[in-house]
Ligand binder design. Structure first.
Ligand code: FES
Length: 127
């Protein structure tokens, strides 16, 4: 189907990640977002309705950090031209952005939040 934004995703492939812990200091507060670097990937962590989401931290329109935008009702709104990206899918709800941004799985553990980030190695034994 032409115009299907879900087929054009900006950011590293979200299907090849492994879990990376996010420090407590990097966890976003209610209805806010922060930028973190996880495994060399810029990630926008956004908390909306008590749920933390992770997206590639670059707007698919102007390549500015989405984490500097606004969290609003399940969407991340770009601060520059106002496109709103669905926090679950990374798909923009409207123009000017037409391409989706990658979203990454998030899980809550006893130690905090972990994000599955592409390009990182899986756990294994330490030293
Ligand atoms: S740079 Fe994000 S909508 Fe234009």
């Amino acid at each position: 189907m032409s115009g299907d934004v879900s087929s054009r995703v900006l950011g590293p492939d979200p299907t090849v990640g492994s879990w990376v812990a996010v420090g407590q200091a990097d966890c976003p507060g209610a209805d806010s977002a922060v930028r973190v670097e996880l495994g060399g990937v810029p990630v926008c962590l956004a908390r909306s309705g008590g749920v933390v989401h992770a997206l590639f931290d670059e707007c698919s329109h102007g390549r500015v950090p989405l984490s500097e935008g606004t969290v609003d009702g399940g969407f991340m709104e770009c601060w520059w031209h106002g496109s709103r990206f669905d926090l679950d899918t990374g798909i923009p709800a409207g123009p000017p952005a037409t391409g989706a941004v990658a979203v990454y799985p998030v899980r809550v553990t006893a130690g905090g939040i972990e994000v599955a980030v592409p390009g990182t190695r899986t756990g294994g034994a330490r030293g």
